[in-house]
Structure formats: C-alpha cells, structure tokens
Design a protein around this ligand. Structure first.
Ligand code: DAH
Length: 344
C-alpha cells in the first residue's frame, strides 16, 4: 500500500465509522480495523516489506490512522476495552488481589476507647513519654522510697529523667494547664523494666482517665462511667465490680474487674472459673495530688477543699488480649501479618 492509498483507506474507514448506526455496527468496524486480525495490525505486521527509507513516514501514517480510528470508535461508544475483550476474558480466573491494610489491635482498642469516652464528654490529652520525677511520681503522691521509683523497675536517664512508667503523669500535666472541670482520657505508651514473657513487655500502652470538678464527684460516678465503657467495649452483659486496693494517688483506691465476656460471669477457663477479669486500677483522686498541682499553679484552682474527682487507668494490651482472645502479649509486637490480618 502506498502512502496515498493509506490516506484513502483512512478516510474511508473514518467515514464508515461515522456512518455506523448502532453498537453492533461500531463493534464490527472495530474488529475490521483495529481487532487482532484487523487491517491496521495487518499493515503494522507488513511494515517489514516497506522499503527502509519509506518506513518512518509510513509508520507514522499507520499510527495516526490507528489513533484516529480509535478516537472515532470511542466517540461512538466502542473502541478499546469494548465487548470483544470482555467476552474473551476468562471469567473463571481469580480476580485481581488487592491487599487491604488493617488497623493494629492496639490502635483499634485506643481509637474505640476514645470514641466511647467521647460520648461521655471526655476529650483526649497527650503527654511526653520522657518524663520527670515530679510528674511521674512526686505529684502522684508516690514517695521516693516507693519500689516503682527503683532503678531496677524504671528506665532512668540521670536523676530526673525517665521513661514514664504509667500514663498517670498526664493527669498532672492536664491539671497544670486547665482549671476544673476537666474530663480527659490519655492513651499512650509506657515503659517498665520487665522481662518479656507471655504477659509482660518492657513497653506497653495504657489509657488514663481523669474527671475533676468543683461540684462533688463520687465513686458511683466512676462506676457508672466504667460500666458504660465495659458494655460498649466488651458487649452486652459485661459490667464492672470494684475491689478495694491501694494506689498512692487515689483514696479510696479500687481494682476494677469486668464480667468475663466469654461466660458472662458463669465461670470458664478464660476467667479461671471466677466470672471476672481484672482490667484497671481506679479511685478518687487523693487530695494530696491536688495539693501538688496547686503548688505549681499557685492560683488555688485545685484547692483540695474545693475540688474532687476520680481517676482510672487500664492496660490497652490487656483489653486487646481479652477482647480478641490473644494468649501472648508478644504477638502484638511481632508484626506477623498471619496474625494481625485475622483481626481486621
Ligand atoms: N497508674 C496505675 C498503674 O500503672 C493505674 C492506675 C490506677 C491509674 C489507679 C489511675 C488510678 O488513674 O486511679 O498501675
């Protein structure tokens, strides 16, 4: 075919496409011109017989013919990706696999907790992981001789700098910055010099909660909030009980158990037949803690005679492990997709 013949053929093909009446007509023209055995692919195959010096111009003309035919077919609703291809496709082949990421179980528990507490008016507060002695211990009414201050229990950097052992110091930072009422939760990373095993990790996560007001706050308020959290996080039929305990920064202090979410309190292997699972520490904020805050603020906003409040703290890993039935804390840090993707 000469260049002139090619131009004629092109004009004829475009006229034909323009005149096509329906989808079937467009499709048959697609097959005729650009289909696998169509005239344009045939011309491309025949390029090798075109004299070398004419090849570039000829090639260019063929390509432009193809482009114009495809554009004309597309304008008519046909062209590439049209029915012939779809019918040819082997529908029994597996589809395209797109791997979808899932949120880490610890992230999920933290986000879900924030959502639950936000429905009760709590906001989320943040604090540093590298703390000083005042915020991590002193202001939390923890004396220098308390074992948690020991070098063997805490990661110290010098005398006044440590990796926080709990999220409770964020309580102090929030009160330093905001006058009551405050209603916050503080999720975050915490560190202790624990030897790693199935239930311990040197690095873990906690969520702290704090409510302080100038109107009286009671243990009953605390219990109702934790009962709501238990039900929302673990499901209907799960409630809380308090057991007396001791924490330096709360008085009275309690340990908080959830009804076992598996047996709903009847007794099973998960709760070691007790019907309860220990999940948190809590209590009424010790007036001495308010005193320490006031010693920094110096404005009397946290005068222990004028404010009251409750605090609680629970382990994020602990909630994740009981909620998802994870037997070993280390699984949460190994980033093994065979495990993580099951919890998506
Ligand atoms: N900080 C405590 C811990 O790490 C947990 C805790 C107990 C937090 C009682 C509190 C609380 O706010 O009131 O074991």
């Amino acid at each position: 075919m000469t260049l002139a013949e090619l131009e004629n053929a092109k004009a004829a093909s475009l006229a034909e496409i323009a005149a096509a009446q329906d989808a079937a007509g467009v499709e048959s023209l697609r097959v005729k011109y650009v289909g696998r055995n169509g005239s344009i692919p045939a011309l491309i195959k025949a390029m090798k017989d075109v004299p070398k010096e004419e090849r570039p111009a000829f090639g260019k003309a063929v390509q432009s013919w193809r482009a114009e035919v495809e554009a004309a077919l597309a304008a008519k609703g046909g062209g590439a990706g049209s029915s012939e291809k779809r019918v040819d496709a082997d529908l029994t082949l597996p589809g395209m696999w797109r791997s979808l990421g899932v949120k880490h179980p610890l992230t999920r528990v933290m986000e879900e907790s924030a959502a639950i507490f936000s429905r009760l008016g709590f906001t989320v507060a943040d604090g540093p992981e590298l703390e000083d002695r005042f915020h991590n211990f002193t202001a939390l009414n923890t004396p220098a001789h308390h074992p948690s201050q020991d070098r063997s229990d805490t990661f110290w950097f010098g005398d006044d700098c440590l990796l926080r052992t709990q999220t409770s110091p964020v309580q102090i930072r929030v009160m330093e910055q905001s006058a009551p009422p405050v209603r916050v939760i503080c999720p975050g990373r915490t560190y202790r010099r624990d030897t790693t095993d199935a239930t311990h990790s040197a690095n873990f996560h906690q969520i702290e909660g704090l409510y302080v007001d100038t109107k009286p706050v009671s243990l009953a308020d605390l219990k109702s909030v934790l009962a709501y959290f238990a039900k929302e996080m673990m499901g209907d039929g799960v409630t809380v009980r308090f057991r007396p305990h001791f924490f330096p920064f709360t008085e009275p202090s309690v340990e908080v158990d959830f009804t076992c979410h598996v047996c709903k309190g009847k007794g099973c292997n998960v709760c070691k037949q007790s019907g309860w699972i220990e999940v948190a520490g809590a209590g009424m904020v010790d007036p001495r803690v308010f005193g320490f805050v006031d010693s920094r603020r110096k404005d009397g906003a946290y005068d222990p005679a004028k404010v009251s409040g409750y605090a609680f703290g629970f382990g994020v890993e602990r909630i994740a492990m009981i909620k998802y039935g994870i037997p070993d804390i280390r699984w949460l840090y190994e980033n093994d997709m065979r495990f993580l993707s099951q919890l998506g």
